[in-house]
Each structure stands twice: as structure tokens, then as C-alpha cells.
Design a protein around this ligand. Structure first.
Ligand code: PGA
Length: 250
């Protein structure tokens, strides 16, 4: 049985005051009996606040990105061991905004995935196609390439301690959600790609859907057999919306 996971990606949003209130509300609203696991990924500077507010609760926290390196002369970067030091459990790797706005290619994403695992963090590896790629029938080719780069570098066994997020780029922050069937088709493809190397790994890995998931559409997406949770951007900034998704996943 795969434990559902709902991850909030706050992106570059939130003051200290707003974030403290949001963290309090999420913590209060999350039942300790919840079957679903909830994680919030705030901007780096708010991670200590998340650690302080969420300590002892069922909600865990993580980073949105990390350096491929452990330490050293890398101005402006934050490493896996630093995130671990602040109690992070997860870290998002290869989000499409990192890939398109910051030039992260498959090889760098694979390095970051390895850096996360080396620091004992669970990477949430993001994959997904652009609208142009979907329209050109390239969805599976693109997703396979993104996955295979990581499998080849770190081995299929590394996916025992990883989460995958399928995020069609055209659905991120656009209000356009993939239909449950569109999402399920790609999730099934991802699982079968992993299964061709190791069936147990494929059965156990959690594959999250991301792209305009919110309280009102979460239930039907999460009802799909290969959708094990969500990676939530915009809706994770409102406690009630985020909690509604967690309840739908429960
Ligand atoms: P969205 O973002 O929910 O605002 O579409 C999802 C993501 O980028 O992880």
C-alpha cells in the first residue's frame, strides 16, 4: 500500500508573519490520524520557521531545490546537508521552473537527485512535458528521457527512496488541470517504465500529480489508480485549500 503524499510548494511566496499563520493553520487542521502524509516546502529562509512551528506535528517540511554540491565556494547555493540540518525530510528536484528559468538540464537534475539522497533527503523528482511537446505527441518520450537520465546515473534501486511528481508544464499555475484520464495515462506510463527494470520498486513508489490541483478537483484526480498524491503550488498558500486536498488524499 502506498501512503498518499500531499506536498505544498510555496515557491517564492510569503512573509514571516503570513507564513507563521499559514503553518499554524495547516498544523491545526491536519489530523494526527491522517493516512495521508503532508509536507510543506517553503522558501529557504522560511525553513527554520517551518521547523519551529511544525516540530512535533504530523506535518513535515522540505526544500524546493538544493545544490548538487555538499559545501564550498558556491555563492548563493544551499546544500542537502544544510536542509537536513534544519530537519527537512523531502526536497523537490527538477521542478519545471528550475528547468526552464534556471537552465537545469536532465544531467544536473540527476546530480541534484543524488545529492539529495546522499544527504538522506527524499527527492521529489519532477517530470513533465510542455504544451508544444504534448501537441507533438512527445509526452512519453520527454518523460522517459527525464526518468532514464536519473535511472542510468543512480540505478533503479535509488527509487526505493524517492517520489516522482508528474507535472505537465502547461498545467502549472495556469488553472488548466490535466483531466484525470490524461494524468492517469502518464502516471501509468511512468510506473510501467520503472516496472520494466524492477516491479517492486514501481509498485511502491509514490507518483504525485502537480498542475493546478486544488480542493475542488483533488478528489477525482486522486481517485485514479496510479495517482498517489499531489504537488501543490498556488493552492498550498491557502490553508483550507491545502487541507481539503489532504483530506481528499486521506
Ligand atoms: P500549481 O503549481 O499548483 O500552482 O499549478 C504546481 C507546481 O508547480 O508544483
Amino acid at each position: 500500500m502506498r501512503r498518499p503524499l500531499v506536498a505544498g510548494n510555496w515557491k517564492m511566496n510569503g512573509s514571516r508573519t503570513e507564513s507563521a499563520a499559514l503553518l499554524e493553520r495547516v498544523k491545526k487542521g491536519m489530523s494526527s490520524a491522517s493516512k495521508a502524509e503532508a509536507v510543506v516546502c517553503p522558501p529557504y529562509v522560511l525553513i527554520p520557521l517551518a521547523a519551529e512551528k511544525l516540530a512535533g506535528s504530523v506535518v513535515v517540511w522540505g526544500g524546493q531545490n538544493l545544490s548538487a554540491h555538499k559545501s564550498g565556494a558556491f555563492t548563493g547555493e544551499i546544500s542537502g546537508p544544510m536542509l537536513k540540518d534544519y530537519g527537512c525530510t523531502y526536497v523537490i528536484v527538477g521542478h519545471s521552473e528550475r528547468r526552464t528559468l534556471y537552465g537545469e538540464n536532465d544531467a544536473l537534475v540527476a546530480e541534484k537527485y543524488g545529492a539529495a539522497q546522499a544527504a538522506k533527503l527524499t527527492p521529489i523528482l519532477c517530470v513533465g512535458e510542455t504544451l508544444r511537446e504534448r501537441e507533438a505527441n512527445q509526452t512519453e518520450t520527454v518523460v522517459a528521457r527525464q526518468l532514464d537520465t536519473v535511472i542510468e546515473k543512480h540505478g533503479i534501486g535509488s527509487f526505493k527512496n524517492a517520489v516522482i511528481a508528474y507535472e505537465p508544464v502547461w498545467a502549472i499555475g495556469t488553472g488548466k488541470t490535466a483531466t484525470p484520464q490524461q494524468a492517469q495515462d502518464v502516471h501509468r506510463f511512468i510506473r510501467s517504465r520503472l516496472a520494466s527494470r524492477d516491479e517492486a520498486v514501481a509498485d511502491n513508489i509514490r507518483i504525485l500529480y502537480g498542475g493546478s490541483m486544488k480542493g475542488s478537483n483533488a478528489r477525482e484526480l486522486l481517485a485514479q489508480p496510479d495517482i498517489d498524491g499531489g504537488l501543490i503550488g498556488g493552492a498550498s498558500l491557502q490553508a483550507e485549500e491545502f487541507l481539503m486536498i489532504c483530506r481528499a488524499a486521506d
